[in-house]
Each structure stands twice: as structure tokens, then as C-alpha cells.
Design a binder for this molecule. Sequence first.
Ligand code: GLN
Length: 550
Amino acid sequence: MAREGHKYIFVLGGVMSGVGKGVVASSIGLLLEQKGFPVNLVKVDPYLNVDAGTMNPTEHGETFVLKSGLETDQDMGNYERFLGRDLTDDDYMTSGMVYQTVIARERGLGYGGKCVEAIPHVRDEILSRIEKAAAYNGSRVSVIEIGGTIGDFQNALFIDAARVLKMRYPDDVLFVMVSYLPTPGTLGEMKTKPTQTAVRDLNSYGVQPDFLVARSKESIDEKRKEKLSIACNVRRDHIIAAPDINSIYEAPLNFEKDKFGEALADVLKLSGKKKASLAAWSRFVKAATNKKSPEVHIAVIGKYFDTGNFVLSDAYLSVIEALKFSAAKLGRRPVLTWINSKGFEKGEPIAKLKKFDGIVVPGGFGESGIEGIIKAIKFARENKIPYLGLCYGMQLMVIEYARNVVGLKNAHTTEIQKNSEDPVVDVMLEQKKHLADNKYGGTMRLGSYPAYLKKGTVARAAYKKELIDERHRHRYEINPSYVKKLEEAGLVFSGTSPDGVLMEIAELPKKTHPFMLATQFHPELQARPLTPHPLFTEFLRAALACKKKK
Ligand code: GLN
């Protein structure tokens, strides 16, 4: 049962996917919190995967790992970045999770012999998950984003659950529809019809939107607001302009100008501060969007870019954001170049990396593009170009070092070469069984683990503390039996698990390289606009110092 007076805002998408529902939901969350109403943000993903961990990043984008280890959708990353805090397992649900619970309950006679149906049983499970998330410490408003587009078959049960909640608590539930208004090039005029149709679709579920967020190239004008208002039964001042912006972090500031937060609070009868306190946020946005800031050129070398004829960087979203936050802190503008490592295997000259101020190798899985990445790492090491490796980026850095400095020519990871002669990266003991049993979902080393940092290292100087907590997502690790050899050859393992067994950070000392550091964990998952990650900041600082020298 809902707590007395708790409020719910559902964010739904009309016309097409990719219109920025996640940014709208995050912005609403930020605005309400800054007005003094604590929120909880929930993402609903209608797919049948139980979590986002088993999906190919070129299809689905990045998998965002929560502190708990739950593998979720990239929108959860946006929520954490906008709210500036960690989310919990209750804040995420997929159809897969919901059905899994219902089916397990049925198998345990939990429905007492009843015929178990999508309605009401699956819908009830959705409602009880929404209620559980709403119980978050002090939350007064739940902001729930329903994935997909209105009219999809897959999200209909979630919309129906929202309808039932509205029926039960008419004054406490509202709907925000984020819709797209195209301006076809041949017409040169913004069209409202697709949105009108989407609203009618939503009406057929028994749901009326209270607000329309009009996503479009240019701001929606008054004439079209009027038209939509009459056609869709939405108050004119509840049609919120959301033109294309340079940075998603501008969205809450634009919404605040349009008094969106105030209007939401009014409809829900939430009395509190009229204005949101966005001073720190504004300072960050100003720094992040300052076109006059000097540039810093970073190559991101990965393998998940190619999808059909398009190049997508979604697979590395948190890495990109982490670079932006640290660059903004340093008053610099990051210019990122996506480099597909497969090119270096096909003879593309590696020397093209020379022009970059820094190189990042993010996480990844499997064989493709690996030798290209190792070439690039060698180049970064030998040419003293600042290097930051993340997860696979650390494993491959250690393989490169083992091959070319220690002299173990056949060093490899058993992820690629099962019977490697020198398995410097090897599957973790507890992972062996999962792989043998074909248990891939949710079985990696996932979520937050502590690590100790050695005195006098680059990592320790960056973090300025001895004990850290970082999020992980991997099955392989640096093989402990090679650690001594690698260290004797000059590699420093500056961060280890508290028992000293797992190598969490590898680096080269400052005297041999300006910045060559890599982590077994994913620091990018904890980088936030107002609290950039120290490793990204130090990496960029080193990149800037090298740029100066050039
Ligand atoms: N494939 C490697 C592993 O499983 C690295 C994973 C990653 O980069 N997230 O250990």
C-alpha cells in the first residue's frame, strides 16, 4: 500500500524512442530534490532479459552497474549522475524480473491454486515493486520512467499498472509524456500530428497526460502549443518546450526557467520552496559548455562502435561523461575521437595516435580488436602518451607489458587463449564453475569492492586516501603467479584487494611515464558532474601537461 501522501510521476515516451525520457526523468528528480522534495527514481525496462548484463553493448548501449552489483540500463547512470547519489536494486525493474518473481511464486503455490494471469498478477507484482521503491528513505515523490514508446505491446502492462495507481490515488499520480515534434526538411514546419496521435493512443489505455514535454529541434512556438493543448486536452502552460541542447545537463536549467518543477509541485499539491537551488549545477554546466575553453584531445580506443552504417558511442557512455566532468573541472573542453581498434589490425598506421594528448581504453569482452588495442597500448607506453585503461584496458596493459617488457612473448588472457603458455590474465577461481555451467547472467564479479592503495603511487596521490570503494564487472583477473615477475620488471600494482590477492590498479611510476595507469574496476561509474572522478582528472591533467610540452 502507498504511504499517505506519497506522490508518483510517470514519464512516458510518445512517437519514437530516443527522445530523452531518461533526461526528463532525471531532470524532474533533480528539480524536485532541489526544491526540497526528496525523490526516488525508477527505471522500467520492458524487455524479458532479467537484467541488462547479457546484452550486446552495440545493441543496447552500456551496462550500468549499481553499487550492489545489479547490471542495469544506461539511464540508471544518468539518474545517479543527476541526483549525485547511488541508486538501489529497488529502483530498477524489467519484465524479466517481474515475470521471474511471479513464475517462482506460482511454482511455490504462492497463488493458492489460482489461474495466474498477466492481469492482475503480473500487474500487481509491478505495483508492489513500485511501492517498494517508494519506501526509499525519506522519498516523497517517485519518478518512474517507463521504457519504450506508447503503443508498444511490451510496456502495456506497466502503463496499466500506472493507470491503476492513478485510479486509487487520483490526486497523487501524474503523467508526463515526452514526445517528438518533427520538422521535416521538405516542409520546414514543425508538425504536431504524431504527438496528437500518441496522446490518443495513451488515452486508449485510460491514461491522460498531465504534461507534454515537446522535444524538437527548435523550441515549440505558442501557436503549436495552443493547437496541442486543444487537441490533447493538456493545459497550455503544461506543454513544456524541450529543444535540442548542446549538453543534457542544461535540461534542468531550461525546465526551471519554464517553471516546470513548480508546475509539477502545484499539480501534486506539494508545498515547499518555489525555486530550485541550482547554483552549483549551473556553474558546472557553464564550465562544461564553454566553447572558449582550450581543447584536450583524447582518443578512445574501443571495439563496440560499429552498428550497421553508424558509429555509436553509447557503449561507453559513462566513460565519456566521466571525461567531460573532469575536463569541466579543469576548465578544458574534451575532444574525443573514437578509434575502432580493428583498424590497427588491418594495417592502419598506429602512429596516428601521436597527435592525441591522451588515450583511453575502456572495458570490453572477447577476442575481436584485441591485438589492435595491445598495439595502441604499446605505442602509448613507448611514446609516453598518457594512458588510462579501464577493466579490459588494465588486463591488456598488463599483457602488453608482459609481452614486450618482461619478455613473455606469448602472454595472454585465458578469455581468448584457453591454454595460454603464459596466462598473465586468468579466469577467477569462482568464475570457472559459472562458465562450465553456462551461467552467464549476473555471475561476474559485480558491484562495489574495497581496495587499498600503496603509498607513494600515482593512484594514492590522485585519490588522496588509502581505502577506496569501486564498482566492478569482470570474470578475469591478473594472475597472482605473475605479479612478482611484472613488478620486478617495473610495473607497480598500486591498488589491491584488502587481502592483497586481487590486483585492482596497475601503473608505471611517474619517473618512467607521465601517466600510465589502469584499473580492474570501472571508475567511470562513480564519476558525477559535481564530484568528478580523481583518476579521470589526474589523467587529463597529465594529458594537458604533455600537450604543453609538444
Ligand atoms: N573481459 C574482461 C573480463 O571479463 C574485462 C571485462 C570488462 O572490461 N568489463 O574480465
